[in-house]
Design a binder for this molecule. Structure first.
Ligand SMILES: Nc1ncnc2c1ncn2[C@@H]1O[C@H](COP(=O)(O)OP(=O)(O)OP(=O)(O)O)[C@@H](O)[C@H]1O
Length: 737
């Protein structure tokens, strides 16, 4: 706590709790918690000799054998002492000096270094050009060195021109061999300097560019992970990926063109005065011509922006088609949709080609205007200079004209580069706004890093919960009001679209803008830290993604601290152990991308194992067994009770037979929970449930067939009427909008 306060972060120790499956918080949990709080904790083992030489580092936490800890405040290698502060003592208590012998009796040799995570505080910073500039400015020392090198090298660049001037004016005109020899020696020394300096400058620029690159990538990916699921559901994946990739264009611009042009500007600062010294009229002409190039670029900028924007947009759309086709290739192939996909692609490509041609042409036109000016600077000025010498107007000699020519080339390059920079900057702003439209979306950071971490038992309360999806006019959940004690196995049934999955989404904290309260063990769900909440839950969906890696890796999902025994236990609970052991390498069998080498049923059972491996107190199975073959489904269903022992289970299923053994079954209809009771009660009193049950189990009730058919007829009529009403409501809603 004191170490955190040192960094200006206030920690609420009450919020620190063990993770599910831990008796007391492990060091890994401590590190994760501190990470969430905006601090970085790094554990390491040290010897006394190193500890005593730590000097004036920020507070370091020393871990003791009895589980307690102390803060290292100061060290003195000369006296062989370290000063420790007891974190339990009030602020202001002086630290106690301890020597090697006394410390070695209690200290484990482990320390924890805690520092403020600057990336974390930047995690929510807006992603714009200012952010990039801040990132560059953080590289203060290397940037300073690079600038210094650029300055020196631009001074060095002066000499060749001045030497040529001397050679022509003195050596050639006066045939002076001695001057030539000394000038040659000077040229060699300078050249060596220049070569070394260029090497160093390139090396430093490379290091800075690479560091920036790493930082930008890390930050952007972090942001992507922080975006709420709702965002991904709303947006087209292909477009999200395309827009995300736009940041790499910004990165290339900043670490490439922008950096080199800015460095070139240093050359300008040094060389321009020399040009004026050599011949002021020619220097003015050079500057005016370069200025004219700038004016042309600025004037044509709006047109260029429009064309570039359209080109980038069309490219994004084409990428989206590509992504969709590759991601949905199974459907494309099996439904022979190649033709329509090709049409989409052709159309998207036609747009890209059109705008690419337009932007290329525009840039070519601009070039047509710029090139004569460029040629004038490079070639015309020598003629003007020669004319000035002929009429003796400037007092300039031939050597000075040569030197001017050599230098003016170096001056125009940065000036033209600066104009071009404005042009590219324009393109980059379009890319930046594309990337920003993804990365500047509101993130879940606050919910992920703050909030309570109460111990979870699994009692659930829904108190008058209403929820409408953003952009939808009809509520998906209407006045849901029920509670279940911890350890309940709750089934949820209802027709398609009745709101079952939406209810589980609220539990998972995916949708948080609902009215009313959802309480977990009497704590408002919205108050609970989202990471913690999700880590405390086990979730199995209808279609689960398995990552490339071994079966064991997939079950642990790279969570730290899980033992092989726990993995095997989870596999056994999920009825997966048997098939895993039959696989060539057992738990170390590699799962290919898209899990092509295992069946759908096996994949589902692995997903169940992955969900139970942390022994969660709350499990959600949303249509987890729907895609299973009858045999695998029977296996999983038979094991459900076993699986649910000691935890609350919420099981959404269309197949009522798999819910018969649930303690309670909630019947959903049009967003309402119309009944909540065990199976035998519902069959008696809930008509919707009874109808669904009879639909699926007709064979069991032969004697009821007549009644059953009547009910079915009624049900069909009811459904028809409802769908007509729904269509009407939708129409009205659209008309309202
Ligand atoms: N992301 C979404 N955006 C807008 N509306 C949605 C979204 N997801 C679901 N809905 C709507 O909310 C209502 C409830 O959907 P929900 O998925 O919860 O039903 P369900 O009972 O789980 O259906 P199913 O059994 O088919 O999965 C439906 O009318 C659906 O159209």
């Amino acid at each position: 706590m004191k170490a955190a306060a040192f960094h200006g972060v206030d920690l609420a120790i009450d919020a620190f709790a063990a993770e599910p499956g831990e008796a007391s918080p492990s060091p890994a949990t401590l590190v994760r918690w501190l990470d969430d709080q905006g601090l970085v904790a790094k554990g390491m083992r040290l010897r006394w000799d190193f500890l005593v030489r730590l000097g004036n580092t920020p507070p370091v936490v020393l871990l003791f054998r009895d589980g307690s800890a102390s803060l290292l405040m100061r060290t003195s290698p000369e006296e062989g002492l370290v000063w420790l502060a007891d974190p339990m003592m009030p602020f202001g208590t002086p630290p106690v000096p301890v020597d090697h012998l006394r410390l070695s009796q209690v200290w484990t040799g482990d320390i924890v270094l805690i520092k403020r995570n600057r990336n974390q505080s930047e995690a929510d910073a807006r992603f714009d050009l200012a952010w990039f500039v801040r990132m560059v400015l953080r590289e203060k020392r290397p940037m300073r060195d690079i600038l210094l090198a650029a300055l020196i090298s631009s001074i060095l660049q002066l000499f060749p021109a001045l030497i040529v001037m001397q050679v022509i004016d003195r050596v050639v005109n006066y045939h002076s061999m001695a001057t030539l020899v000394s000038l040659s020696a000077f040229v060699i020394i300078l050249s060596v300097y220049e070569i070394l300096l260029t090497y160093a400058q390139k090396e430093m620029s490379l290091v800075v560019a690479t560091r920036l690159d790493a930082r930008i990538s890390l930050h952007a990916f972090n942001r992507l992970l922080m975006l709420p699921l709702e965002f991904y559901e709303r947006e087209q994946t292909g477009e999200v990926l395309g827009r995300f990739a736009a940041i790499f264009k910004v990165r290339d611009f900043i670490t490439g063109q922008m950096m080199s042009t800015l460095l070139d500007l240093f050359v300008l600062i040094v060389l321009l005065p020399v040009l004026f010294y050599l011949c002021a009229p020619l220097a003015w002409m050079t500057v005016a011509a370069a200025g004219l190039i700038g004016v042309i670029v600025v004037v044509t900028l709006p047109a260029m922006t429009r064309v570039m924007g359209a080109y980038i947009q069309s490219d994004l759309k084409r990428n989206a088609v590509l992504y969709e086709t590759v991601a949905g290739i199974k459907t494309v192939k099996t439904m022979a949709l190649e033709g329509t996909r090709r049409e989409d692609w052709d159309e998207a490509t036609a747009h890209v080609v059109r705008w690419r041609l337009a932007s290329g042409r525009l840039s070519n036109w601009i070039n047509l205007l710029i090139q004569p000016i460029n040629l004038f600077i490079n070639r015309g000025i020598i003629l003007v200079g020669a004319y000035l010498i002929l009429i003796h107007a400037s007092g300039m000699q031939a050597g000075a004209l040569m030197a001017f020519m050599m230098l003016s080339g170096r001056v125009t390059a940065p000036l033209v580069g600066l104009a071009r920079l404005v042009e590219s900057f324009n393109e980059v702003t379009v890319s930046l706004s594309e990337a920003g439209s993804v990365l500047n979306q509101p993130t879940e950071t606050l919910a992920l890093t703050t909030g309570l971490r109460p111990p979870i038992k699994g009692a659930l309360d829904f108190v008058h919960v209403n929820y409408t999806y953003p952009g939808s006019s009809t509520p998906a959940l209407k006045d849901i009001n029920f509670s279940i004690p911890a350890g309940t196995m709750l089934g949820l049934v209802g027709r398609s679209g009745s709101g079952k999955s939406t209810l589980t989404r609220l539990l998972l904290g995916v949708s948080r803008n609902y009215d009313g309260f959802v309480k977990l063990d009497d704590v408002d769900l919205r108050e609970i830290n989202l990471h913690y909440l999700r880590r405390c839950m086990g979730v199995v969906l209808q279609d689960n993604f398995l990552f490339r890696g071994t079966i064991k890796d997939n079950i642990t999902a790279q969570r730290a601290g899980l033992t092989f025994e726990e993995v095997v236990k989870a596999a056994r609970l999920a009825e997966a152990e048997e098939f895993i052991e039959r696989m060539p390498a057992g738990f170390n069998t590699f799962i290919e991308e898209g899990s092509t080498n295992i069946s759908g049923g096996q994949r589902q059972r692995l997903a169940i194992a992955r969900a139970v491996v942390t022994d969660p107190k709350l499990m959600i199975l949303d249509e987890a067994t729907s895609a299973l073959d009858p045999e695998s489904e029977a296996l999983v269903n038979a094991n459900l009770e076993h699986l649910g022992a000691g935890r609350t289970m919420v099981i959404v299923s269309h197949r009522l037979s798999s819910l018969v053994n649930c303690d309670l079954i909630g019947v959903m209809d049009q967003g309402r929970m119309v009944d909540l009771a065990p199976h035998h009660v519902l069959v008696e009193r809930c008509e919707i449930y009874r109808t669904l049950w009879l639909q699926q189990n007709r064979h069991l009730y032969k004697e009821d067939v007549k009644h059953d058919e009547e009910v079915m007829e009624k049900w069909d009529a009811h459904e028809k009427e409802e769908s007509v009403q729904k269509a009407k409501m939708q129409k009205n809603g659209e008309a309202d909008r």
